[in-house]
Design a protein around this ligand. Structure first.
Ligand code: ATP
Length: 292
């Protein structure tokens, strides 16, 4: 099985501040760092490090940030298919971390928004029945819809992480096999029961430090989080989803509680380290986690 992740690619610029600035304020920051980011990149990198063959499709601009993303991605064990679009600025996220451990994130989406259905779906030409399509909420409605429809036609499995929330999502449920949501997203989308009623077979509900649940029409299985020192939760949800998908994919099984246990270990590693992709387990650590 191969995973095709189609989503956004960004560079994350993270800095620590004592507290969030109030309007008009000028404040000092520290610990400025830069990392690969964007939900598309996050999920693809974690899937690939966890050992599942992975293709990433994302748009960048013809600029320094786009080139840096390409250079950094070349160090990851995945097939990175970056579409370089003229006249477009590569996406970036500014992440403010406070001393209290809260974060505030501002993300641009010019490049993600410029990925058209034609260009995005071209990457699925190589996909075959049983492969996996993974999408998130960063692409525009026509592109996400076309990807899911194409995947259905091919006979691929489809997994969606509906974040950031967008108003067009409800039309996608009949095309979605698996959904990964946190509590707030589940509530905003009408609740888990509603998602199952709409035809989604598997709902994975993440509950932060309280763990996660695997919910189907057959019932609910709860999996606890792995206790750890919490440093930075950025990307924990992406790492969790990617690890669960890779664990089930590598073993050739449907989503199961063991996949969520593997995901809980990988996500705990992520929250115990600072950064986004830099905080994800490396391939060796993933190999140990997936043997648990
Ligand atoms: P984010 O948006 O921060 O990436 P999310 O809201 O999508 O995350 P969460 O439910 O917060 O997702 O977290 C995903 C998983 O990460 C949890 O199911 C859990 O396994 C792990 N996790 C999150 N917070 C903690 C914590 N405090 N301790 C241990 N594990 C955690």
């Amino acid at each position: 099985m191969r995973a095709f992740v189609v989503g956004n690619a960004a560079l994350d610029e993270t800095l620590s501040v004592e507290d969030f600035p109030s309007p008009g304020a000028s404040i000092f920051g520290s610990n400025l760092s830069r990392d690969l980011g964007g939900k598309g990149i996050n999920q693809a990198v974690a899937i690939a490090r966890a050992g599942l063959d992975c293709v990433l499709v994302a748009a960048v601009g013809n600029d320094a940030r786009g080139r840096e993303i390409a250079e950094r991605l070349a160090r990851e064990p995945l097939d990175g298919q970056l579409e370089t679009l003229a006249g477009i600025t590569t996406d970036a996220s500014m992440i403010l971390m406070t001393l209290a451990g809260e974060n505030a994130i501002i993300t641009t989406r010019e490049a993600a928004d410029a990925l058209t259905p034609d260009v995005a779906c071209r990457c699925l030409q190589d996909a075959t029945r049983g492969d996996l399509l993974v999408v998130q909420g960063n692409l525009r409605e026509d592109t996400t819809t076309a990807l899911l429809r194409t995947a259905r036609r091919i006979g691929m499995q489809t997994a969606m992480n509906p974040s950031p929330l967008q108003s067009y999502f409800s039309a996608l449920w009949p095309l979605t096999d698996m959904i990964f949501v946190n509590e707030g997203e589940a509530e905003a989308l009408g609740g888990v029961e509603h998602l199952l009623d709409e035809g989604i077979e598997t709902v994975v509900l993440t509950l932060g430090g309280a763990g996660a649940a695997l919910i189907t029409r057959a019932g609910r299985q709860d999996v606890p989080a792995v206790p750890c020192d919490v440093l930075d939760t950025t990307g924990a949800g992406d790492c969790f989803m990617a690890t669960a998908l890779a664990s089930a994919g590598v073993r050739g099984v449907a989503m199961d509680a063991r996949a969520l246990q593997h995901a809980a270990h990988a996500a705990a590693h992520t929250v115990a380290h600072t950064g986004t992709v830099a905080a994800f387990p490396d391939a060796g650590t993933f190999a140990r986690i997936l043997r648990l």
